[in-house]
Design a protein around this ligand. Structure first.
Ligand code: CIR
Length: 266
């Protein structure tokens, strides 16, 4: 029995990913624990694509962009919904050009593609979509102007946006949470303590497994990183079929499961 059944927020049939470039060895990282092994990174990325396909998504694979080491993290330069897409503007200087590179692919899939005004910075990793609201976390990558511009764009799609805070020292809002259902999230204790999920169902990631909070619910499957046995048990108890994905190489670039795809119900 799935406690979090009937989710529209986690129902997907389409996705966009991008092949990791060889230059990913130069990707951004807050703490340098060494460069990822590119062959292992590509192998793990292929496994990730298979997981999306096995969950029922048709996956468009964009070619590698050597000029942009972090371009495999397609979640950051765009935000997608059934209603249309928003081209974002990642706040890291080396990533800003990724927005223009993903726009043509968005135009192939969506009739309505919106852009942000100059000066507005927003990373998709800071944006959490639930059924009734889209939360935008202010961070080192997302400024208030960016969050407000995203809210204005969301209104064009009939969606409501809300500005929240990303905990200090955390890269992205979604580093610490993921949607589990229409009104339910998986979250770290430190993020839940901020009160941003008041009135919602919150499943807390067990202590010591905070990095498991960036998970991915795809229809009734749950993808989590390998090496988080307590989180896996918690999710299984909640009724999910749990797939544990290798994330060690992506982790060296501060990335998790949501970062590597754009997902929507066409
Ligand atoms: C970066 O710092 O931008 C990349 N190395 C990692 C981006 C991860 N993206 C995400 O969490 N949405």
């Amino acid at each position: 029995m799935i406690r979090f059944a009937n989710s529209t927020a986690c129902r997907f049939d389409s996705a966009i990913v991008r092949t990791p470039p060889r230059s990913a060895v130069n990707g951004l990282r807050a703490v340098d624990v060494g460069a990822p092994d590119i062959e292992a990174l590509r192998r793990d990325h292929k496994l990730y694509v298979s997981a999306l396909e096995n969950a029922g998504l048709a996956v468009t694979i964009l070619p590698a962009l050597e000029a942009f080491p972090d371009s495999l993290f397609v979640e950051d330069p765009a935000l997608v919904f059934s209603e249309g897409a928003i081209v974002l503007r990642p706040g890291a200087p080396s990533r800003m050009g990724e927005a223009a590179m993903i726009e043509p692919a968005l135009r192939l899939h969506f009739v309505e593609v919106l852009n942000l005004p100059e000066g507005a910075y927003a990373d998709g990793g800071d944006i959490l979509t639930l059924a009734d609201v889209v939360m935008i976390g202010l961070s080192a990558r997302t400024n208030r102007q960016g969050a407000e511009a995203v809210i204005a764009a969301l209104a064009r799609f009939g969606r409501k946006g809300m500005i929240v805070e990303t905990p200090r020292g955390v890269l992205h809002f979604k580093t610490d949470c993921s949607p589990l259902g229409d009104n339910a999230v998986l979250a770290t204790r430190r993020l839940a303590a901020s009160g941003c999920f008041a009135g919602r169902d919150v499943l807390l990631v067990p202590e010591g497994e905070e990095a498991a909070a960036n998970a991915l619910r795809l229809n009734d499957q749950m993808l989590i990183g390998q090496g988080f046995p307590k989180t896996a048990a918690l999710l299984k108890e909640a009724g999910f079929s749990v797939w544990e994905m290798p994330l060690a190489e992506m982790g060296k670039l501060d990335a998790g499961l949501s970062c590597m795809s754009l997902r929507w119900a066409a």
